[in-house]
Design a binder for this molecule. Structure first.
Ligand code: F6P
Length: 557
């Protein structure tokens, strides 16, 4: 037996006091696994699609407090969503029926829940405090994790203090992290987010794209004698990273010598052999294990550039913030569990309101890279069309995650949020206290953030208003408030979204920890590269691809 739910493709219908943006069209039948919980949820959703947020507030004066939740230094206000407290109960019942808690506990125990790669997903172990124990398949893991952290700390202290110098005896002034995906986005985002905590003695650069323009832009202004490269790659086989690392080595050897490389190149990887083959002394290598997924690796040695920037103590506070969220996620009932709530509410819109995208709008300049970080986290984790049992999914999975900082977005794409034809649930993120002294401007920032959420919800209408001045409103958002953006709250924030992603994967019954979808493009790119290099004869391609290759070959000679 299956439970069929009618999903409205397009915006949610809105009530009579607001104009209907366009009629619901292209309704699709999406199949939830049959259970009393899914049946109750689906029938509740039919009703919810008629709700008006403002009416929900009028009907329940305690709504804001009932739908606000706090944990690990974060406040999550869900009251501007098209939900009621009983919606959360029904979602939690459904999540239980889907085995979310069972899978969560299996993850924390270290079961190999990444079925297609036969791996555990044990990134929370990286955040366990020193002195804790974690026994896994005959090994104790916390000791090993702490040993790596201690090595990172010793290295970071030497570089930060100036004891570790370049080959000519000069202090290191610039650190270049070469990596891509999880080996870039996490460190780049966190270094930018924690800019006020970073040492002014070092500048940080992130080289990810195989595009030589990026290489020139990063290396151009640097001095090889005072530059330290961190080659970050879980596999140490990623084309972009290896090509960029080779380019960096060539650049360095224009003035330095082979014997000097060890002062300027260190590696972070799980693959010691490939690091040695590349020519980096494995004494200068920091390791982690295959139970850390690339997009979950900022907590591992991949965080070396972050530790160099903010120092070991702040890095440990960052881990502790994430650990606090882990404990909350492990223990709090789903009805009051921040990652579960965020995940379930996202599922609610995707399943029952046909939303195709999810906006993340940090009102904090230092979180400018957070949406890009979340794109990998959510879309690489849950952009899947096959269930954990290898069958085609019957429901939509991850929406497109996108966004950028407020207030900038307000002067670019917010028009569409307010008056466009799509329903786009939005996560606003803000810190109450800034890390600067411009308090008047911080008030202006917060005022804009709160005003956007209010405007999206209320809209404005009335017979005296010309149609183009009307806002339908009833557009939902979350408000996520931090007291201040610190290493600890950033750790909690990232872990919140990691576990939100996990919850959604469990609700959709997909494997959130593999990424097979990236492989085909990599294989085809290698084949085409050989053709562009002229080392392999033209292969069979469609006429479009063949013409593009021919044109590029002519242009490049
Ligand atoms: O191609 C996708 C991916 O495998 C990501 O999952 C990963 O974060 C990135 O490439 C980089 O991989 P690596 O750290 O092995 O170089």
């Amino acid at each position: 037996m299956v439970v069929k739910t009618t999903v409205m493709r397009g915006p949610a219908p809105v009530g009579p006091q607001h104009f209907v943006m366009h009629s619901a069209h292209d309704s699709t039948t999406c199949t939830l696994p049959a259970s009393p919980a899914s049946a109750a949820l689906a029938s509740h959703a039919q009703e919810a699609r008629q709700w008006q947020l403002t009416a929900l507030f009028d009907a329940d004066p305690s709504r804001a407090s009932q739908l606000s939740f706090e944990a690990a230094g974060l406040l999550l206000d869900l009251s501007k969503h098209l939900i009621r407290p009983d919606t959360l109960q029904l979602l939690a019942d459904f999540a239980r029926a889907q085995g979310v808690e069972t899978l969560r506990d299996a993850m924390f125990r270290g079961e190999r829940i990444n079925l297609t790669e036969n791996r555990a997903a044990l990134h929370p172990v990286l955040r366990l405090p020193r002195g804790a124990r974690f026994d896994w398949e005959g090994e104790e893991l916390v000791g090993e994790v702490q040993q790596v952290l201690d090595r990172m700390q010793a290295f970071a202290e030497r570089v930060r203090s100036g004891e570790w110098t370049g080959h000519s005896g000069q202090r290191i002034t610039d650190v270049v992290n070469i990596g891509i995906g999880g080996s870039d986005l996490g460190p780049a985002m966190a270094c930018s987010a924690l800019r006020p905590f970073a040492t002014p003695a070092l500048r940080f650069h992130f080289l990810s794209n195989v595009d030589g323009h990026a290489t020139d832009a990063v290396l151009g202004p640097l001095d090889p004698q005072t530059t330290l490269f961190i080659i970050s790659s879980k596999t140490f086989t990623t084309q972009e990273t290896l090509l960029n690392a080779q380019a960096a080595r060539t650049w360095f050897l224009r003035s330095g010598q082979q014997k000097d490389l060890a002062r300027h190149f260190v590696a972070v990887s799980t693959n010691a052999q490939a690091v040695a083959d590349f020519g980096i002394d494995t004494a200068n290598m920091f390791t982690f294990r295959d139970w850390v997924g690339g997009r979950y690796s900022i907590w591992s040695a991949i965080g070396l550039s972050l530790m160099l920037a903010i120092g070991p103590e702040h890095f440990r506070a960052f881990l502790a913030g994430a650990h606090a969220m882990d404990e909350h996620f492990r223990q709090a009932p789903l009805e009051r569990n921040l990652p579960a709530l965020l995940g379930m509410v996202g599922f609610w819109y995707r399943q029952f309101f046909g939303t195709g995208t999810q906006l993340v709008a940090p009102y904090h300049q230092d979180l400018a890279l957070f949406p890009a970080y979340l794109q990998q986290l959510e879309m690489e984790s849950n952009g899947k069309h096959i269930t954990r049992d290898g069958k085609p999914v019957a429901t939509p999975t991850a929406p497109v995650t996108w966004g950028s900082v407020g207030t900038n977005g307000q002067h670019a794409y917010f028009q569409l949020l307010h008056q466009g034809t799509d329903l786009i649930p939005t996560d606003f993120i803000a810190a109450l206290k800034p890390a600067h002294a411009h308090s008047a401007r911080h008030r202006a920032l917060l005022a804009n953030c709160f005003a956007q959420a209010e405007a999206l919800m209320h809209g404005i209408d009335g017979p005296s208003l010309a149609p183009h001045r009307r806002f339908p409103g009833n557009r939902p958002s979350s408000m996520l408030l931090l007291d201040q953006l610190t290493p600890s709250t950033l750790g909690s924030l990232i872990a919140l979204y990691e576990h939100k992603t996990f919850v959604q994967g469990a609700l959709w019954n997909i494997n959130s920890f593999d990424q097979w979808g990236v492989e085909l493009g990599k294989t085809l790119a290698s084949r085409i590269l050989a053709e562009l290099e002229g080392t392999s004869p033209a292969a069979a391609h469609d006429s479009s691809t063949a013409a593009l290759i021919a044109r590029a070959r002519t242009a490049l000679g």
